[in-house]
Design a protein around this ligand. Sequence first.
Ligand code: CP
Length: 292
Amino acid sequence: MSKHLTHTKDLNKEEILQIFSMAREYLDEKKREDLKGKLIINIFFENSTRTRSSFEIAAKRLSADVVNLDVAKSSTSKGETLFDTAANLDAMGPDAIIVRHHRSGVPKILSKYVRASIINAGDGAHQHPTQGLLDLFTLIEVFGDLEGKKIAIVGDIRNSRVANSDIELLTRFKAKVLLVGPPHFLPKTPLPKTYSLKEAIEFADAIISLRTQTERHKHPTFASLKDYAQNFKITKELIKDKNIYIMHPGPVHRNIDIDDEVLADKRSLVLRQVKNGVAVRMAILKHLIREQ
Ligand code: CP
């Protein structure tokens, strides 16, 4: 087994199911002592609301000590390289370092130079394995076995690390994945694709909507997000009374990706994903750290 989690492929199916079994117990939100005496460092070179706080809460619920490095106030601003930052933090003896970085591949490279477990909290447009795992966990929670379940992923898939992690896991668990978006948001892949949200809604048992990743666009892709929303916003009018679940990793562009009414609808799993995220990250921390 890998001591790092830089890509969803670092975990085999059996390990994922073990992690999910542990996560189900952690859903009770009780404090435990499973990682008492362990040290976890969060380094986020990109902004985050959910992932950073979710990892911090997960670590604290397991009684680990947590250090959140404030990158804006760190010696990165004095010219220290990423590798020196990681090597110096590693020298302080953490059991895990959780890294988010705007460049793809940074967590993987760091994992070769440190003693601690590296956990990828999102690297560029490459991977967001813990988001992929919490999405998979949430879908298994509502559907049970995913074999043959139809999942449409809607939005800026080409620039989305969440989409990469979701696609790898969903196809491994034998779900049928449909990619939906304008042509310039769709990646080159053999997976089925459509430009029609209406068609996707007819097809899907669940939809994962994604934010337009404007920070990764070299050129503007739409005159405005409202133009994008005209074709790809999930509305009550579109989903009607269909038995369908709506997911989003956040942050949601409200009334661009999904309208207010759908977000408030009982078919929306958006906040359930967030709740599940803490339990899944607790289980991931336990899985990676206990083996050291
Ligand atoms: N889903 C997700 O990665 O959200 P944050 O950017 O807020 O961490």
